[in-house]
Design a binder for this molecule. Structure first.
Ligand SMILES: *Cc1c(COP(=O)(O)O)cnc(C)c1O
Length: 386
């Protein structure tokens, strides 16, 4: 048999022994033991079900096992949100006096956490342009740097980080936020990075009905994160976990459709005179298209573009679209548009917005499951009216 394709693994992974084809929601927060010795064993074992839900829940565990298999990881750990996962990684692995190297193009919430609570706790952070070769490695302080945090593709300019180069950094743990790609779009662990993290709220769950995060990597490291996570308490709900697993079952067809439509839309926008730039790693004109082609199986459902005329023009586009809806988030059935400068990155200082390439005319589109013909027609009518 040839090696199974990831789209097939999305259907086969994370099944329990019951034979039920759809995941079971385990609502119980606690499990009965068979006596003192059994209770003691459960209370001291790592990441095992059958004790108390904050320690592990069978529905959540099935979701974790499916993500681990898709990422080619030994294990995975789910959280109540993507931010729950990211902040738990940081707080589990960093102490006062430690140093973090972070990509300046990270998700707005992650940047706010690094500049706020991390600074307050005395964890030093150096931001680097992660798209420049060698930038991460150059900022590492040997013996002090505990974490190198990257996001690829990065939000909202779709910059691509070289995973092999990232993985060649020895000493600190290397972490990739792979939310925009999903586990079917790329597998950073295969290049040697330490951890891959997702906001499963986005493409993995894929229906705008679950708030969920997940991190995957080697078992020892996941166990260490688990030991912190049970104290932190950003625990994934079993309801969200089954929606996450439900999403994984159809991720193959959803992602293929969204990526194909995103490429069509990006090509259309790139040829329009009202648009000054389009950012999509699948376009041959993207500055890192060659790197993206090397390390991504698919280029993702998200793209952004700069409309000529700044914020006023951006407002006209958002207000004039009829099918495409103004909303944040990504990876769901509906095509969504947002203005990063006033939404996802509103908490980021104007200087940092400028370094991250977030202009007043920048609009971000999450391409959904509608026909690409209808989505493009909607943009065509609104751009004709500018
Ligand atoms: C949404 C998002 C997050 C945060 O995830 P939540 O589930 O909203 O907490 C982190 N990183 C990226 C790239 C995201 O898009």
């Amino acid at each position: 048999m040839p090696k199974q394709q990831p789209e097939t693994t999305a259907v086969t992974a994370g099944r329990d022994a019951s034979g039920a084809l759809s995941p079971t929601i385990w609502t119980s927060t606690t499990w009965q033991s068979s006596g003192l010795d059994d209770t003691s064993k459960a209370a001291t074992s790592v990441h095992t079900t059958g004790n108390y839900a904050r320690y592990s829940n069978p529905s959540v565990r099935d979701f974790e096992r499916s993500v681990a298999e898709l990422e080619g990881a030994e294990d995975a750990l789910a959280f109540g949100s993507g931010m729950g996962a990211i902040t738990s990684i940081i707080l589990a692995l960093c102490s006062t006096g430690d140093h973090i190297v972070a990509q300046s193009q990270l998700y707005g919430g992650t940047v706010a956490f690094l500049n706020g609570p991390c600074k307050r706790l005395g964890i030093e952070v150096t931001f680097v342009d992660g798209l420049q070769p060698g930038a991460f490695a150059a900022a590492v302080k040997p013996g002090k740097t505990m974490l190198v945090l990257a996001e690829s593709p990065s939000n909202p300019q779709m910059g691509v980080v070289d995973f092999s180069e990232l993985a060649s950094i020895k000493g600190p743990y290397t972490v990739v936020d792979s939310t925009l790609a999903t586990p079917l779009g790329q597998n950073p662990l295969a290049h040697g990075v330490s951890l891959v993290v997702h906001s499963a709220t986005k493409g993995i769950a894929g229906h705008n009905d679950a708030t969920l995060g997940v991190v995957a990597g080697e078992k020892d490291l996941i166990d260490a994160l688990w030991a912190y996570a049970v104290l932190h308490g950003a625990t994934a709900s079993p309801y969200d976990a089954v929606n996450g697993l439900r999403g994984i079952r159809t991720l193959g067809v959803r992602l293929a459709h969204q990526c194909s439509s995103a490429r069509e839309l990006a090509t259309f926008l790139a040829s329009h005179k009202a648009i000054s730039a389009v950012h999509y790693p699948g376009l041959p004109t993207h500055p890192q298209h060659a790197l993206a082609s090397k390390q991504m199986r698919q280029f993702g459902s998200l793209l952004s573009f700069d409309v000529v005329g700044g914020k006023d023009a951006a407002r006209k586009v958002v207000d004039g679209l009829k099918l495409v809806r103004p909303a944040v988030s990504l990876g769901g059935p509906e095509t969504l548009i947002c203005h990063p400068a006033s939404s996802t990155h509103v908490g980021v200082s104007p200087e940092d917005q400028a370094t991250a390439g977030i202009t007043q005319g920048l609009l971000r589109v999450s391409v959904g499951l509608e026909s690409a013909t209808d989505v493009i027609a909607d943009f065509q009518q609104v751009l004709a009216n500018l």
